[in-house]
Design a protein. Structure first.
Length: 160
């Protein structure tokens, strides 16, 4: 990720806060430091945060909360998971199939959106009660087709 500040929508309980964060240093000493749209620096304790959505526009706030699960099996590479939050809400997402991207305080993943385009999000471990793996998607391996025995020619007729 680039070191520039990214637009985010942070869910704290039922409240949705908007602002800018540095994704390179998202969690510092158990807090997320966000620059609000009014230009004030705000430190939010990680245990209060439910999810951080990385968005293109702040106007997506209305539509970002609409969709929680995928309508069918996602095609993107990664680990398809179902997360259960402390408030009993359930949401699905796709974790990267790369252990180097694991963060000690939470998970970076892609979540479904009502537009059909996946959004990036960060979910702190403290917000979750359970995370279940639903499937693993990866590059498709092509199997070599084996010709049926009756269509293969015999090279050594006496040995058959």
């Amino acid at each position: 990720m680039a070191s520039t500040h990214k637009k985010v929508l942070i869910r704290v309980g039922s409240q949705l806060l908007s602002g800018f964060v540095d994704p390179g240093e998202l969690v510092q000493l158990g807090q997320v430091h966000m620059l609000t749209q009014q230009g004030q620096m705000q430190a939010i304790p990680l245990e209060r945060i439910k999810i951080i959505y990385f968005v293109r526009e702040f106007e997506e706030a209305e539509t970002i909360l609409e969709r929680r699960t995928f309508s069918n099996r996602p095609r993107n590479d990664g680990v398809w998971v179902r997360m259960s939050f402390r408030d009993r809400e359930v949401m699905e997402g796709i974790l990267a199939n790369d252990l180097a991207q694991l963060d000690g305080a939470g998970f970076h993943l892609q979540v479904p959106h009502s537009s059909g385009v996946l959004h990036r999000a960060y979910v702190p471990k403290t917000a979750l009660t359970e995370m279940i793996v639903l499937g693993v998607n990866g590059p498709q391996r092509r199997r070599r087709a084996v010709a049926p025995a009756e269509t293969q020619i015999g090279l050594f007729p006496g040995l058959e």
